[in-house]
Ligand binder design. Structure first.
Ligand SMILES: [Zn+2]
Length: 160
């Protein structure tokens, strides 16, 4: 005999447990989170790319750029956080679809090669780039030089 579900969960279709005076819209905390995620995603998709949304986004990006330019401490925290979340995202993509990850890497390599070719074809730009790199290296604090260059070199030598 098939079970008759009187009050199905909109996410998974199983019976929502009855709790007096606390009407539940889903069967479990997992389905509750999924329902909230779908509602929020629908709201975002409906609002996204409207003129009001574009204006608000442009304003908040301008505020962020001003804060990044004026507050070095905030900028360092922001960059570290962005780097950590993009690392997390790329690890997720790498684990879930290796072919998409490989395509992204290939696209990045092609972009980098094109940039490199543009730079090599323009001697003034090449000299300017070298000067920028040297200034950046000269301005690095000793701890950063150690972390970026000397420590990896020591590790490579230990492995050989
Ligand atoms: Zn459910």
């Amino acid at each position: 005999m098939a079970e008759i579900i009187l009050n199905p969960c909109p996410i998974c279709g199983s019976q929502i447990p009855y709790k007096p005076r606390v009407p539940m819209k889903t069967c479990s905390p997992t389905c509750r989170a999924e329902r909230k995620r779908r509602i929020e995603n629908a709201r975002y998709q409906a609002e996204k790319d409207t003129p009001k949304w574009k204006q608000r986004r442009a304003e908040s990006l301008a505020t962020l750029r001003r804060k990044l330019a004026s507050d070095p401490e905030f900028a360092a925290v922001f960059r570290a956080h962005s780097a950590a979340s993009s690392r997390k995202w790329s690890e997720k993509v790498r684990a879930e679809s290796p072919e998409r990850y490989a395509a992204t890497l290939a696209a990045r390599r092609a972009e980098r090669a094109a940039w490199r070719a543009r730079l090599a074809s323009d001697p003034a730009a090449w000299e300017q780039h070298k000067a920028q790199c040297r200034a950046w290296y000269a301005a690095l604090p000793p701890a950063e030089k150690e972390r970026i260059y000397q420590l990896p070199r020591k590790l490579r030598r230990q492995q050989q």
